[in-house]
Write a protein that binds this ligand. Structure first.
Ligand code: FAD
Ligand code: NAP
Length: 522
């Protein structure tokens, strides 16, 4: 018997019986049963086991090499990349998935976006770690797809490629003065306090009294909360030491969170609002006039928004001093300003720094989802020393060969299949735009994986074997790229945890890629 057949024979669970001869190799029992003196009960048990395994074989011994042993590549190791990989590995027991990531470390916005004071959200890392440790999955960090390796090169090496590279840019405001010092995107600010290497030098100037955040989404609330949270509380989180140092010296007392529409259209959610309301040493500034007539209108809105509105209304109409004792002694404040659209960043007299923001007063037109803010012609100037623009993230095109809808900021796709490019898929924020929480990203990544597996089964992906990582490794090494594996990340992880221990933090993040590579001995 050839060695390969012998392996199959063992796996089928029949090692103790002499292998069948060529003439009866498809039947069990019969003459072999007579020749081997084993008892009938054991034989029946073994037969059931064999039948089960033969059934499994039938499911997985598929007709061509791509179906049998697909090599799949995922670009990006955020929630979309990991959930896509998890689903593929679970639903195809022979698939191999390589996850390419531009950073040296995995997990995308779970590490570089989610606020340091929300550690419970980061528990998804445990699930992602299980996926990465599978022997059919590999993390290939420190590889910038589109620069170190092209998408067509990946397509040549794998049966399918899934683009899950998120939204790495920020929406610009497109207003005069946006480039002045003192104006910064919330994306860069978040990256700075979360240790994103490219933002580690940001060191925002917090010597002013008032900061303005443009946009009323959850990112805006994250940023406001980090600006106003007492530093003793932040010291127990995984916020970087450099950010803590700057926040300890902060003189910011008031944070305005500005929306171009009204209370009914805010994009933040109730949990995040509640956290703002209960922030120690901080009070809220809400103008009851903004909420006039809302009591009746909220009866018609869906329940989650209704509850959010009720909390806003209650906070806006509460008598001063009715809050907690901490709020009565508050030295800091946050406020929501509605019906104000950013028009111009106002410079300081010497023109070197932002000194305020001119806002166009707006009114609403349209109903429901289509409600739009239209300028009334009036403006209002709000003095401040820091402007943080939090009007959303934005995806970039990754490679000239990949279609990209620059208006919507997504890869055009139908349920994750990239339009016009067989074998190319997308998931997460680059598939549907930069909104939605981790569970939304999970659901859409599972859907993309389902489409890929359907195509595989239908024979729509390239047949025949593909070299997978072996081919890409050769390319990357010829280009001088130093790869980081998941076990490398685990060493960095241990180092971060150990550095955090002394300070009572869950970890002290490494922020310098050169230092990380040095620690890995690269
Ligand atoms: C500030 C912030 C806070 C958030 N907080 C929460 C929260 O508390 N709870 C919650 O449920 N949701 C939260 N979200 C939403 C959540 O983070 C997203 O739903 C989710 O991260 C989107 O996943 P993704 O994989 O599409 O993108 P990402 O998480 O951005 O992952 C994309 C990955 O692709 C990599 N990549 C990019 N370009 C390349 C390239 N060229 N080559 C290789 N790799 C590349 C990136 O480095 C990154 O690792 C938050 C979002 C933000 C912005
Ligand atoms: N704790 C959490 O769960 C958490 C934390 C952070 C982020 N996230 C999620 O991550 C996603 C992204 O959050 P996000 O806050 O970046 O985006 P977002 O939820 O889309 O909010 C963007 C905000 O910017 C405003 N805006 C957009 N363009 C503008 C412009 N040109 N001028 C003025 N205002 C403008 C929007 O107002 P309009 O509505 O008028 O457009 C909206 O208030 C969201 O789904 C969010 O829930 C979740």
């Amino acid at each position: 018997m050839a060695p390969r057949c012998w392996l199959w024979w063992h796996w089928l669970g029949w090692p103790r019986i002499r292998p069948p001869s060529a003439s009866n190799s498809t039947t069990f029992g019969g003459s072999d049963e007579v020749r081997n003196p084993i008892n009938a009960k054991a034989l029946r048990k073994m037969r059931r086991k064999v039948q089960g395994r033969v059934k499994l074989c039938k499911m997985h011994l598929l007709t061509d090499s791509s179906e049998k042993n697909p090599q799949i590549c995922v670009v990006g190791s955020g929630p979309a990349g990991f959930y896509t990989a998890q689903h593929l590995l679970k639903h195809h027991t022979q698939a191999h998935v390589d996850i390419y990531e531009k950073q040296l470390v995995p997990f995308g916005l779970v590490r570089f976006g989610v606020a340091p004071d929300h550690p419970e959200v980061k528990n998804v890392i445990n699930t992602f770690t299980q996926t990465a440790r599978s022997d059919r999955c590999a993390f290939r960090g420190n590889v910038v797809v589109g620069k170190d390796v092209t998408v067509p090169e990946l397509q040549g090496a794998y049966h399918a490629v899934v683009l899950s590279y998120g939204a790495e840019d920020h929406q610009s405001l497109e207003i005069p003065g946006e480039e002045l010092p003192g104006v910064c995107s919330a994306r860069a600010f978040v990256g700075w306090y979360n240790g994103l290497p490219e933002n580690r030098e940001l060191a925002p100037d917090l010597s002013c009294d008032t900061a303005v955040i443009l946009g009323q989404g959850n990112v805006a609330l994250d940023v406001a909360r980090i600006l106003l949270t007492p530093h003793e509380l932040l010291e127990k989180t995984d916020i970087t030491e450099a950010a803590l140092g700057v926040l300890r010296q902060s003189r910011v007392k008031t944070v305005w969170i500005v929306g171009r529409r009204g209370p009914l259209q805010v994009a933040f959610t109730i949990k995040e609002l509640r956290e703002m309301i209960h922030l120690p040493g901080t009070r809220s500034i809400l103008d009851p006039a903004d909420f006039l007539g809302l009591q009746d209108r909220i009866k018609e809105v869906p329940r989650p928004r209704k509850r959010l509105m009720e909390l806003l209304l209650q906070t806006a109409t509460e008598k001063p001093g009715a809050g907690t004792a901490g709020q009565a002694l508050a030295t800091r404040a946050w406020g929501l300003r509605f019906f104000r659209s950013p028009q111009q960043v106002l410079p300081s007299p010497d023109g070197r720094q932002a000194a305020g923001i001119r806002l166009a007063v707006t009114r609403l037109e349209g109903v429901g989802e289509a409600t739009q803010a239209v300028p009334t012609g009036d403006t209002e100037d709000l003095p401040c020393g820091l402007v943080l623009s939090s009007v959303g993230y934005k995806s970039r095109p990754i490679d000239p060969s990949v279609p990209f809808d620059s208006k919507l900021g997504i890869i055009p796709n139908v349920e994750g299949r990239v339009v016009g490019v067989p074998g190319l898929y997308c998931s997460g924020w680059v598939k549907r735009g930069p909104t939605g929480v981790i569970t939304t990203t999970m659901t859409d990544s599972f859907l993309t994986s389902q489409m890929l597996l359907q195509d595989l089964k239908a024979g729509l992906l390239p047949s025949g074997p593909r070299p997978g990582f072996a081919a890409i490794q050769a390319l990357l090494s010829s280009r001088g790229v130093r790869l980081v594996s998941f076990s490398d990340w685990e060493k960095l992880d241990a180092e971060e945890v150990s550095r955090g221990q002394g300070a009572g933090k869950p970890r002290e993040k490494l922020v310098d890629p050169h230092e990380m590579l040095r620690l890995l001995g690269h």
